[in-house]
Design a protein around this ligand. Structure first.
Ligand code: NAD
Ligand code: MG
Ligand code: MG
Ligand code: MG
Ligand code: MG
Ligand code: MG
Length: 340
């Protein structure tokens, strides 16, 4: 049975009684630091010397310290650095300042699940992982809502790790939306699977393949773009608000019949087999090994693939069409403003 926690289940005083260091001021970092500060928590942001984010954090009214100093002051450290950088920063700047009874928090279980970071005994190790981008963690909090989150405890040294994690989740607004109890392994494996197979990898490959199929068959790239990419938001918004059945209620019967009969032919048994293979690569640690090695090598393959993605024809046609729809980029501007 899944356990879900809401506002009444958390004690805000626990996190308000701690000295919190938020390491990193990117997507998640800015949202956690600002939400916690506005929830009455004593927050400092830890950044490396010369970080371009320092000025932004200071402008937003936060105290900024070099990473090691922030950790020395703090009794709770939240790791919001890019996952591949965390091991190095943990060893140099975090571990030397962890005292018995301190807490080490993560927003994703990668480094603990795959053995990159092994926190010392005597320290609480927990995760508060928002299930949404940092910009939404910030925006929904400001609007009085929140983004759902997962909580997990990997090491309970004080007997209070779980209550502390819920209190932290309350401080960033997550208990307003719902906080689901999980484990580091479940969060890490399902997060990687979701982004690889459905949310990012599966979706972008589906959009590009649909676009290419139409263009190769002689249709206008503009038509292919509107059909395979632009309309996606409408469909996803309906699914987000009302589930798949609610979305199907809003589309035509012709669309719904095509969905029900053709969808399973696109995502057929071969594709499901590939999904299971990808899940196995995650669970066995092979994906983690590959990604860590790629980072150690200076990310040559990642950068080449990134470049190729940016050069896909759908990007050029898309930027021309979006330039004619300034209301779309107005939405984007708003996200950037909120991120400070
Ligand atoms: P990010 O890339 O947006 O930001 C990272 C920050 O760390 C930046 O401020 C960067 O300047 C700083 N930084 C980089 N290298 C550093 C170093 N060596 N020393 C100190 N600071 C350094 O990262 P993010 O997407 O916010 O991810 C942070 C954590 O949150 C990760 O564990 C990620 O898995 C998790 N997470 C992210 C999201 C998301 O939507 N982005 C959602 C849930 C969980
Ligand atoms: Mg300390
Ligand atoms: Mg995710
Ligand atoms: Mg992820
Ligand atoms: Mg249509
Ligand atoms: Mg209908």
């Amino acid at each position: 049975m899944a356990k879900l926690y809401y506002e009444k289940d958390a004690d805000p005083a626990l996190i308000q009684g701690r000295k919190v260091a938020v390491l990193g001021y990117g997507s998640q970092g800015h949202a956690h630091a600002l939400n916690l500060a506005e929830s009455g928590v004593d927050v400092r942001v830890g950044l490396r010397a010369g970080s371009p984010s320092a000025a932004k954090a200071e402008e937003a009214g936060l105290r900024v310290l070099p990473t090691a100093e922030a950790c020395a002051e703090a009794d709770l450290v939240m790791m919001l650095l890019p996952d591949p950088r965390q091991k190095e920063v943990f060893e140099a700047d975090v571990a030397p300042h962890l005292r018995e009874g301190d807490a080490l928090f993560f927003a994703h279980g990668f480094n603990v699940r795959f053995g990159q970071i092994t926190p010392p005994a005597g320290v609480d190790v927990a995760m508060v992982a928002p299930k949404g981008p940092g910009h939404l963690v910030r925006r929904t909090y400001v609007e009085g809502g929140g983004v759902p989150a997962l909580v997990a405890v990997a090491q309970d040294a004080t007997g209070k790790a779980h209550a502390l994690a819920l209190s932290y989740a309350h401080g960033i607004g997550a208990t307003r939306a719902g906080v689901l109890e999980t484990t580091f392994a479940e969060e890490t494996e399902t997060d990687l699977f979701g982004e690889q197979v459905v949310l990012c990898g599966g979706l972008t490959a589906l959009v590009q393949a649909g676009y290419e199929t139409l263009v190769d068959a002689g249709y206008q790239p503009e038509s292919a773009y509107f059909e395979c990419l632009h309309e996606l938001k409408l469909i996803v918004d309906l699914m987000y608000e009302q589930g798949i059945s609610g979305m199907r209620y809003s589309i035509s019967d012709t669309a719904e019949y095509g969905d029900l009969t053709r969808g399973p032919r696109v995502i057929d048994d071969r594709v499901r087999g590939t999904m299971r293979e990808i899940l196995e690569e995650i669970r066995s640690g092979r994906f983690a090994e590959e990604w860590i090695a790629e980072n150690e090598a200076g990310r040559p393959r990642f950068e080449a693939l990134r470049r190729a993605g940016r050069e896909h024809p759908i990007e050029r046609i898309g930027s021309e069409l979006r330039a004619m729809m300034p209301f779309i980029s107005a939405g984007r501007q708003r996200l950037e403003d909120v991120s400070g």
